[in-house]
Design a protein around this ligand. Structure first.
Ligand SMILES: [Zn+2]
Length: 257
């Protein structure tokens, strides 16, 4: 992934609050289209200009060809705050983050995230590299906001259950481990939408922890259809179970690895 700097120049007198609103509106629209990652965008003020730093999946993520209708709308609103469209400069590769999947053919995809990953939650099943969301047709209502919001919610639950020791731990864990939780239902529907739009088999990752013992965990069945779904070999050291009918993958309980 790449660190970029967006420079917004003022063409007339303006106020900080107007600039703040317009720039944050644009950054939100870019985030909901997968063109920038993460939620924090530091902004500094210079002489008649404002600079914002962000992380993008690819060098050309901010190329207008990738813009959603929402991003174009937010660009137009910049002029209300007396700002010109931003100049974009790529500062370099982010050494702390993963590369993105190239746009070549893949045999399957998976909706998979953890609380430490800021990259796209859609991954290439063959390489496990993240697929920038703006390469897909808009998933819902013109961009990928529903996908990004699902990811944020999943990560929040993951962080609570990893921290442990709270009363909320049980509820958070249920959301990411149970196939009929609200979060799983939402995520499974999103993967269905992506599969429909891309024509590529797309799976939902169901987190698994706990269980009675290793034997019963190794022989557990698909939670949706009850079929055997154990893989002969682990995929990417994460997925030990895969149901092709239900489009779900899962891991061998983290307690017995
Ligand atoms: Zn199944």
């Amino acid at each position: 992934m790449f660190v970029v700097e967006l420079t917004f120049e003022c063409f007339d007198n303006t106020t900080i609050s107007a600039v703040d609103r317009a720039v944050n509106g644009l950054m939100d629209a870019l985030r909901y289209n997968g063109q920038v990652l993460g939620r924090e965008f530091p902004m500094v003020m210079g002489d008649g200009l404002f600079q914002v730093r962000a992380v993008c999946p690819e060098q050309d993520s901010l190329n207008p060809v990738h813009h959603s209708g929402q991003v174009m709308g937010a660009m137009k609103k910049l002029s209300e705050a007396c700002l010109l469209s931003p100049k974009v400069r790529v500062l370099g590769r982010d050494l702390n983050s993963e590369a993105s999947a190239d746009n070549s053919e893949r045999s399957w995809q998976v909706l998979y995230t953890t609380y430490v990953h800021t990259c796209s939650p859609l991954r290439c099943g063959d390489s496990l590299l993240p697929i920038p969301l703006y390469h897909l047709p808009a998933t819902f209502n013109g961009d990928h906001k529903a996908v990004v919001r699902w990811q944020t919610e999943w990560q929040a639950c993951d962080e609570i259950q990893m921290a442990g020791a709270f009363k909320a731990e049980h509820a958070a864990l249920a959301e990411i481990t149970e196939i009929d939780s609200l979060l799983s239902i939402k995520g499974w529907d999103i993967r269905g939408r992506i599969e429909y739009l891309t024509g590529i088999p797309t799976y939902y990752y169901l987190y698994r922890v706990g269980g009675k013992d290793r034997d019963s965990e190794e022989s557990r069945c698909c939670p949706k259809c009850g079929s055997e779904w154990r893989l002969p070999q682990s995929l990417h050291d994460i997925f030990d179970f895969k149901c092709d009918r239900c489009r779900i993958v899962s891991n061998l309980s983290w307690d017995f690895q």
